[in-house]
Design a binder for this molecule. Sequence first.
Ligand SMILES: Cc1cc2nc3c(=O)[nH]c(=O)nc-3n(C[C@H](O)[C@H](O)[C@H](O)COP(=O)(O)OP(=O)(O)OC[C@H]3O[C@@H](n4cnc5c(N)ncnc54)[C@H](O)[C@@H]3O)c2cc1C
Length: 598
Amino acid sequence: MNEVEIQRQKEIKEAEELLFTGPQALGFAKGLFLGRFVSDWAMPYPRVPAAQQADLDKSLAEVREFLDQNLDPVAIDRAADIPQQVIDGLAHVGVLGMTAPKEYGGRGFSQRAYCKVLEEIGARCASTSVFTNAHHSIGIRALLLFGTREQKQRWLPPLVTGQQLAAFALTEKEAGSDAANVQTQAVPSADGAHYILNGEKRYITNAAIAQVLTVMARTPIPGSDKTAITAFLVTPDMPGFTMLEPRMEKLGIRGTATGRFAMRDMAVPKENILGPLGKGLKVALTVLDFGRTTFGACCTGAAKTCLRLAVEHANTRRQFKKTLGEFDLVKKKIGRMAADIYAMEAMTAVTASLIDRGLEDYMLETAMLKVFTTERLWEAVNDAFQIHGGSAYFNDSPLERMLRDARINQIGEGSNEVLTSFIALVGMRGPGMEFKEIYDTMFKPSRGLGKAWTAGMNRLGAAVKIPSVPVKSESLRSQASQLGRLIWRFNLSVNRALIKYREPVMDMQLVQERIAGVAMEMFASACVISRLDSQLQGVGRNGDSPAGNHRAAELFLRQSFHRIRRFLSELTDNDDRQLLETANVALGKESAANRNGF
Ligand SMILES: Cc1cc2nc3c(=O)[nH]c(=O)nc-3n(C[C@H](O)[C@H](O)[C@H](O)COP(=O)(O)OP(=O)(O)OC[C@H]3O[C@@H](n4cnc5c(N)ncnc54)[C@H](O)[C@@H]3O)c2cc1C
């Protein structure tokens, strides 16, 4: 086995361990890859439970009032700091512990309801939304999900009331996208009472202002010479904790304190281990799943601000004796923004509700939400910027700041490239396993032809049957049946890619990008259909007016279906070979395209 193959086997083993711990209900996204529309997860459109709606309305009103009166995103950006009074105010209105159970001082909100609150913050100030995410969505999340009762009782109350702040520290020099490559070591002390941590973390939001940090470090696996990642609760007053750089200067979200710190022979009590020993990667990735839903909410809020600014300018600025909004090329940008925002909001609501409803495996949906909303926000900022022309370029323009702020989203909490590849590979695993079953059985007749026959028929069944997308509104039947047909085509294309490329498809990221792209668009379209159906039936709630912007939804579906068809046709008609060869020449590498089997 060569080095690449050994690394591949290691990654597969890690992924298996992380993702497939036992039988789980078929999720929405995994269903798409199998040619199914698992409607229960997306329909009917999720509503905040009636019992929580009054609480949410009250909190939203309080949060809005507080933000309108006290949050100054320009001042935060200029000073590169979020004033303590803002942090105290967020704590006062409950934002810093909103999803924590009431018994620990939190508000007990669902993820769906919390996303509505985060959307408000994201619409106003990205520094503040990233600070809040780092504290609540990922900082205290491991404690909420994996903490023992004693740990929760001890650590949560000051954190959920904002007396203390939290951070989540995974990233290191050698562990960026490759999160499993954490090098920080944690070795048990001689008496077994502590773990001694040595290592450095970088790019950690809130590191310098947090009193509690969830730190990932590598611990020995008892009885073997191997190590695995474990999550620890760390406080900066532990001897050996050194802040190397409390506020790294940066392009955007300048109000956040992004830091770098070292741990030198730092003793951490073994009681501070969060979750099972050696299962820290699972802890980290589960935490990030939660973070990705609120990421989606913040991006939706920011995109709404872009649309508002674009519309205001397009309706007032005159050139060639017309307002800008009278030009079709400006309308094109505004229409697309409105359509995308409709989808971003719907996708955020559906994804958050998967968590609330207890679906165990929502990694694909949260990854899709993160990639989709961050890319669409980037387009929205860019388009709003373009509509504002030169005026956007100057420091007194909110769009200048928003453009800088939005850039981190495609990189942080899993870069979009890594997540795109992840979506395709994890999604294809379902059909891939079925093929493997057929293949294995064919070559091992002792395992019984009956099994191969069943698996083969399942495949065939999925391949010939167009899934039904159940809608209540007559006017949506056509879009619903188009989506059903596209899911059917997608399933055929995934099967074809698996048969054609077999194992090497794991390295073929251009193929993966199209497959993930289709899956994301189909998920977004399903959420849009679900939301529109609910609005047409007059049951829109949660600020979702029954009248709604139906045109935006319809435009989104048309544009999304076009993108899906384009991705599907590019699976067989593309320039991949030439593109890879050109890149290889530029990179000074031998051609890898032939190796990849194009
Ligand atoms: C402002 C800010 C705040 C942050 N806050 C936190 C925090 O609170 N906690 C924390 O733990 N981390 C935090 N991070 C770290 C962040 O999560 C990482 O920057 C991110 O995971 C990417 O890692 P990296 O920067 O090392 O980039 P690399 O891993 O070096 O990747 C660089 C680029 O290479 C490409 N790439 C990498 N791998 C692949 C692949 N397999 N396939 C295709 N392309 C690939 C991608 O385009 C990627 O953007 C923060 C970062 C920033 C900038």
